[in-house]
Design a protein around this ligand. Sequence first.
Ligand SMILES: Cc1cc2nc3c(=O)[nH]c(=O)nc-3n(C[C@H](O)[C@H](O)[C@H](O)COP(=O)(O)O)c2cc1C
Length: 209
Amino acid sequence: MHVDPGLKVLYFGTPVVLVGSRNEDGTANLAPMSSAWWLGQCCMLGLGNSGQTTANLLRERECVLNLPSSSMVDAVDRIALTTGRRELSEHKAARGYRYEPDKFGVAGLTEQAAELVAAPRVLECPIQLECKVVAAHPFDGPDARATAFHLEVLRTHVEEKLVIPGTSHIDPLAWDPLIMKFCEFFGGGGNVHPSRLADGWDMPHQMLP
Ligand SMILES: Cc1cc2nc3c(=O)[nH]c(=O)nc-3n(C[C@H](O)[C@H](O)[C@H](O)COP(=O)(O)O)c2cc1C
């Protein structure tokens, strides 16, 4: 039997991303988020309009998507409830957010220069994607409290031990993403069944119809 519990949160399980961006004064900002999905060489991100990252992406038109492994959960959690924006929205103040200009320092993570964009990479993240903003769309109801960012991945950086030798594929058994399911962190998900989709994986534009 199914029920309608009136779900307030619809976070069914997505990878956590640390979005690196540049503030107006050139300093680095880093924001944990998880409303992210990829298709081909593009990515869609859902970001609230009260955040510093949204302002940075609209202005700079670029960012780095840093994907933490599940073992990095402490670092990610240390910068939860922080914002790089000086003025807190009413909602964020009520939720206990604080302004934090040094997210890298608080997280205990290391800033690393990117190659094609000015936004920072996170050295400790095994996967880093340098991106440009293709388009930004108002999102989340008539009062548009969020922005859906369409990004194009310009360059990937992948920890060598995650790459299947001699291929351009990540070993899904070696990559252990940090997953946010509802408001909790998960990791270590095992392979439950062989996948038919994995056959013919070398086709170009493999996930596109
Ligand atoms: C694990 C995790 C996932 C989050 N996912 C999102 C998200 O998908 N979209 C969003 O707008 N905020 C998300 N947040 C909240 C942001 O981190 C928060 O808005 C923060 O203020 C962003 O930082 P910034 O203001 O410096 O950009 C998430 C926070 C955590 C800890």
